[in-house]
Design a protein around this ligand. Structure first.
Ligand code: MEV
Length: 405
């Protein structure tokens, strides 16, 4: 703190601001990462109207962007009218990769490694008695020969049922433990031993039907399908389409203490699995003229483990959600992604997102300009009316309101 203060020329008030922490105290934060000088807060909202697998959920969301919680809550209401969202997660299998280079006869090595599968799986499982007792553990091996830019190499995939953990640490430990057997069997040299964030054995599939009258009629339903079709035809749009899905998924991930980078990496890699970047969802019109949406995305999350245990709000979020397993959490997150996507597409295909968005943005600007809660609405109204939605304008309007008074 002293070094940062000197380096950046911080004044005492600014240092005090850094020291002021919330529910995640400085001492805990200091054990979570390195060189800690504070903690960082974001708005924590709760999305409503979610009916997933016939159960009601209140969905905690942590996000800086206006309109996301409102959008999710609105679209969840439309989906509820059609019976809610059906969401199913596959088994919670994580993949650990073990790279083997300088293999004299790669195809023979594949066989040699597979011949020792049981020994390898047993050794992997010996690193985690607790997981095995809970019914999880290393399940299978896959070995591939890759043509890399520096010649042939092997990659071994260790498939591990990680149960309720996110699992990266578990599978990394296993990969490191089994590396010597793989070197011995292949005659090559093991280099990388690390989880793959393309968690395509840990998928969530979510599905919903929205009655056409609930969402605004035939034209709106058609508009949503056209919006999706652009994403299906064009990666430039698909990136934004998927960003909207991740608005929902990542907000829940932050609230529940997940590794958000792993989720983003997995989702986008999955979106490109067929060699072209594609939307993670599809929307079509069913025989009744209703709108039907489907999302398929890898979601590797945990309800046990380090960062969740140490962050009191992450634990609280899981309690508000009422989920007990990683699988159920993933199923709800898939549903949130699909519903968030619907909110964005409907807005884009009708009035555009800027009207609602700008109003909420203006609220943030009003607060940033120093408006007190009772002044915010008046500032927002004038700022939006002016069409100049900037901090300067918010300041100008606030000054005007105060001087009038
Ligand atoms: C903004 O955060 C998300 C959207 O751009 C998503 C989309 O375009 O589908 C509205």
């Amino acid at each position: 703190m002293r070094i940062v203060k000197e380096f950046a020329g911080l004044v005492d008030d600014e240092v005090e601001l850094l020291k002021k922490t919330g529910r995640l105290g400085l001492e805990v934060a200091d054990k979570m990462i390195e060189n800690v000088i504070g903690t960082f807060e974001l708005p924590y909202g709760v999305a409503v109207n979610f009916l997933v697998n016939n159960r009601d959920y209140l969905v905690p969301m942590v996000i800086e962007e206006p309109s996301v919680v409102a959008g999710a809550s609105n679209a969840a209401r439309w989906c509820r009218e059609g019976g809610g969202v059906v969401s199913t997660a596959t088994e919670q299998i994580m993949i650990s990769q073990i790279q083997v280079v300088k293999v004299p006869s790669p195809h023979t090595a594949v066989i040699r490694i597979l011949e020792r599968k049981k020994e390898i799986l047993d050794l992997a499982n010996s690193t985690n008695d607790v997981l095995v007792k809970l019914g999880g553990g290393a399940r299978d091996l896959e070995v591939r020969v890759l043509d890399s830019p520096v010649g042939k190499m092997l990659v071994v995939h260790l498939l591990v049922d990680v149960r309720d953990a996110m699992g990266a640490n578990i599978v990394n430990t296993m990969a490191e433990a089994v590396a010597p057997i793989i070197e011995d069997a292949s005659g090559g040299r093991v280099l990388l031993r690390i989880v793959s964030n393309l968690a395509d054995r840990r998928l969530v599939k979510s599905w919903t039907r929205v009655p056409k009258d609930v969402i605004g009629g035939e034209e709106v339903v058609e508009g949503v399908v056209y919006a999706w079709a652009l994403a299906a035809a064009d990666p430039y749009r698909a990136a934004t389409h998927n960003k909207g899905i991740m608005n929902g998924i990542i907000a829940v991930a932050l609230a529940t203490g997940q590794d958000t980078r792993a989720l983003e990496a997995g989702a986008h890699a999955y979106a490109a699995r067929r060699g072209r970047y594609e939307p993670l969802s599809t929307w079509e019109i069913d025989e009744r003229g209703d709108l039907v949406g489907y999302l398929e995305v890898p979601i590797a999350v945990g309800v046990v483990g380090g960062s969740i245990k140490s962050n009191p709000l992450a634990k609280l979020s899981l309690k508000i959600l009422g989920v007990r397993t990683a699988r159920e959490l993933a199923e709800v997150m898939g549903a949130v992604g699909l519903v968030q996507n619907l909110a964005a597409l409907r807005a884009l295909a009708t009035e555009g997102i800027q009207r609602g968005h700008m109003k909420l943005h203006a609220r943030q600007l009003a607060l940033a300009a120093g408006a007190r809660p009772e002044e915010v609405d008046a500032v927002v109204e004038e700022v939006v009316k002016s069409g100049r939605i900037t901090l300067e304008k918010a300041q100008e309007v606030l000054d005007k309101i105060r001087s009038r008074r």
